[in-house]
Design a protein around this ligand. Structure first.
Ligand code: F6R
Length: 260
């Protein structure tokens, strides 16, 4: 796992967008894994800018989102399908038919989860997965206690996560209790994962996922098993890391030929 401590959102966005750009230049028909929530928004802004100003081309890209609320009707402004469209995919030239989201409004949710996994497999798997992390250590909506081998399925949100996300809904009572999410096993199958965490409220989750034991109580710690995981954090999110100086030293002395 590579931990990069950066000055803030701008530097994080530049580095993560640079990794996406390098991938697309190498593999124009790449498969991206997209997170919603606040953490990746500066990256989406930067990618939209690179598309607009430098013609970064997403025309052959396929995308898979991480998760979705159960019970919100299609078209609900806070459904992650709508959020990712608004925040990213409609700002670049991805073919909307190539954007796949777990369907939390399906009549048969388990069947929709299987179809989502099948589509991901048929696309050749995810090349680069962007992730945020919840204050309780969740990735996707894999709450503490999630199976480390899980695939896309329905989960129940912890109250802390509902409270964290109430800001998007205006009131806690409007936040659904259930979600569908890529499993931890699904996320582990991506060829490269980039997790972004900013702010002091993420410091404990970042410490637990990077330096804590591999344990279902911190689902993001499963990334310790991933052969190519990159964690991009600001100083506040890095503030509880024991080996922060070592991560800084490693990054400052990174060989110039080595990409993220
Ligand atoms: C969203 C997702 C979640 C968020 C996490 C952090 O698709 O998968 O795991 O990444 O809840 O959310 P923010 O970035 O809003 O702090």
């Amino acid at each position: 796992m590579e931990v990069v401590i950066l000055s803030g959102n701008k530097a994080i966005a530049a580095l993560a967008a640079g990794a996406v750009e390098a991938l697309l230049r190498r593999k124009p028909a790449a498969v991206l894994g997209l997170a919603t929530g606040s953490s990746p928004l500066p990256v989406y802004d930067e990618l939209a800018l690179r598309h607009e100003r430098a013609g970064l081309d997403f025309s052959r890209v396929a995308a898979f989102t991480l998760d979705e609320y159960v019970g919100l009707p299609h078209g609900h402004p806070e459904s992650y399908r709508e959020v990712i469209k608004r925040e990213f995919t409609e700002r670049v030239n991805i073919d909307p038919a190539n954007v796949h989201c777990p369907d939390g409004a399906a009549a048969d949710v388990p069947d929709a989860c299987r179809a989502f996994e099948d589509a991901m497999r048929a696309a050749g798997g995810v090349d680069l997965q962007l992730l945020g992390v919840g204050t309780d250590g969740h990735i996707g909506f894999n709450e503490p206690g999630s199976s480390l081998a899980s695939r896309t399925r329905i989960k129940t949100l912890i109250e802390q996560t509902r409270r964290d996300n109430a800001r998007f809904f205006g009131s806690l009572s409007k936040v659904p209790h259930h979600v569908v999410t890529q499993g931890l096993g699904t996320i582990l199958a991506a060829r490269h994962v980039i997790l972004i965490a900013t702010g002091a409220q993420k410091a404990t989750a970042v410490r637990d996922l990077v330096e804590g034991p591999l344990a279902a109580i911190c689902p993001a710690s499963v990334l310790q098993l991933h052969p190519h995981a990159t964690v991009l954090v600001d100083e506040a999110a890095a503030s509880s890391l024991r080996l922060a100086d070592y991560y800084r030293h490693s990054y400052e002395n990174k060989p110039s030929w080595q990409e993220l």
